[in-house]
Write a protein of this length. Structure first.
Length: 207
């Protein structure tokens, strides 16, 4: 016991009385890919990501603000109440439904950019989870849509994960029968892929 007290004293009062690490509060703002369409809540992307981060020593809570069927414009309409005060960062995943509906990419870009700037005004950093256009939509649409996410990430210096469905798209064994949404196993693959980018984002939040 005496040795322990002596060692603790040697560290100084600051170390002895150090406050526990603060829990970082994130919001995952997205559509059905975030919400966990047809999956138990524990198998949805935010829950699986939170567990993976905690397993790697991060103190983090992730709120699931995914709404199935939501577009980028829909996300903009609810961003103020979906992202409460006290949020440390937002993982922004929207645009897939815009693409599936053939929405003009300029509309999607404006909505995403407005979400980013509105959160920036509140001093809430954003990480961008990107999407690619379906390859059957034509070269012009593909070029304009695919450019949205890297352009916005560059303009606002955001951490970007280029394709949210990386490793899952086109893999039937990792998708639900609809061929669009990830299964529980698919979500695990998505989390494994995006984890390094999220850790980079967390590092920025602590700077």
């Amino acid at each position: 016991m005496a040795l322990f007290v002596t060692a603790l004293a040697a560290l100084g009062p600051r170390a002895a009385n150090a406050a526990p690490e603060r829990t970082v509060k994130l919001v995952a703002l997205g559509d059905s890919l975030t919400a966990g369409y047809n999956l138990p809540q524990a198998a949805a992307f935010p829950s699986v990501l939170q567990a993976a981060l905690k397993a790697r020593g991060h103190k983090v809570e992730i709120v699931n603000a995914g709404v199935s069927g939501d577009t980028a414009t829909g996300g903009l309409e609810r961003v103020d109440w979906s992202v409460p005060d006290g949020t440390d960062g937002v993982i922004l995943e929207l645009g897939a439904n815009d693409m599936l509906r053939g929405t003009d990419p300029d509309v999607t870009r404006r909505a995403l950019e407005t979400i980013i700037t509105r959160l920036k005004e509140r001093n809430i950093p954003v990480m961008l989870a990107g999407m690619y256009a379906a390859r059957n939509l034509g070269p012009d649409y593909i070029r304009r849509f695919d450019a949205i996410y890297p352009d916005l990430a560059k303009k606002y210096d955001l951490v970007l994960y280029p394709f949210f469905l990386e490793g899952v798209q086109g893999q039937a064994k990792l998708q639900l029968p609809d061929g669009l949404h990830p299964s529980a196993e698919g979500v695990k693959v998505m989390v494994e892929g995006i984890l390094p980018a999220v850790e980079t984002f967390l590092g920025r939040l602590k700077e």
